[in-house]
Design a protein around this ligand. Sequence first.
Ligand code: UDP
Length: 419
Amino acid sequence: MPKLMEYAPFAGLHVIEEIHRVAADLQDKRMLFINSTFDGGGVAEILNRMIPFMNDLNLSVRWEVIKGNDAFFSVTKKIHNALHGGKDRLTPEEYAIFEEIQRQNLAQMSLDEEIVFIHDPQPVGLVERKKRNKNYWVWRCHIDLSNPNPEVWNYLKDYVNQYDASVFSAPAFRKKLDNPQFLISPSIDPLSEKNREMSMQEINNILGQLQIPTDKPLVTQVSRFDRLKDPVGVIQAFKNVKNNKDAYLLLVGGSASDDPEGAQVLAEVLDEAAHFPNILVRSLPPTSHLEINAIQRASTIILQKSLREGFGLTITEALWKAKPVIAGAVGGIPLQITHGQSGILTQSVKETTYWIERLLDDPNFASKLGLNGREHVRKNFLITRHIRDYLLLFLFVSSGKKREDFDINKSEFVNYRPA
Ligand code: UDP
């Protein structure tokens, strides 16, 4: 891991000093992070960088993953889609599978750290143990909760209300809950393999190994093969681009162990891309960080045409590389992109086609969008800011404040920053 001071040129010395001060106040606390996969997807991406970073600060932080079978992860993917607004209902048998796996994990986990930090719906039910352990529990939601399926959200809400606090990525996701809510956006690590600087030679070597040609502009979307990322819509948008023979569309995806739909969506993508030699599809293992870095750096335009999105780390990564990004105007994406300033927001396949043509035709404008985007990420979405926010949150929840101390109905998000 890089040393904390190595982040000072990006983050500013004041953030580094604040991290040290807050970490000193948490030295006597043990913290446990729990999610549903060690690799694949944005949450694992963040935790893989954040946990070693926190341990380097001499904090006692552990990371565990909830264990489940195929049936459980099919149910949790259904819950994920429902929270993103999907209409599918869960059957009583599916709720029973969800609860049984929580019970099985509870039987094997002590969960007695002073602070337990649960990510997303898969392990939400572990909060059952709070009654016995009487420690502090925080639920961190990475999902776009702006328009959830009411039945599924009402079911989960009973669990979420048992937590001492909940955390969301964007203002639009705030919910009516009994506990205080915090707004903390995700982040990238500028010094990770995924984001560090690379030489042209390194980039070209990797593209060569992946058999990705570089003789024409690359228009790229990097995403798990998930329908909410709309890879088929991306292909349709590209097919309608005038002169699309003068560019390549590259779809790069991978799998995540908690996402059982990937193979099926990849098949749909390959079907839509068939017979178009300028449309390239690459499926990479979830640990291909340097490869993704090289691909993002080699791209002329990055797309993220999501239909729902909690935040979209792929956008943050691309903006950090000063790339012009065209993304869906949904969920947490507008936190990262102001249309026409730090990127382009689109609402449809047709608009996406228009903006691909426009940015390919106007490299100066495209370059300005990318540079503004990089500065926006530097100021707001680096790992140092994220760690500082989490540590302040942990101090806040473990300070002994009671729920009654918060005016929950009136407050927007709780401000946990000291005055
Ligand atoms: N990612 C990757 N390989 C892939 C697809 C995605 O390494 O084939 C990474 C991507 O670089 C990003 C994360 O997985 O760091 C995806 O996070 P995001 O928030 O964009 O979406 P999520 O998958 O969490 O919905």
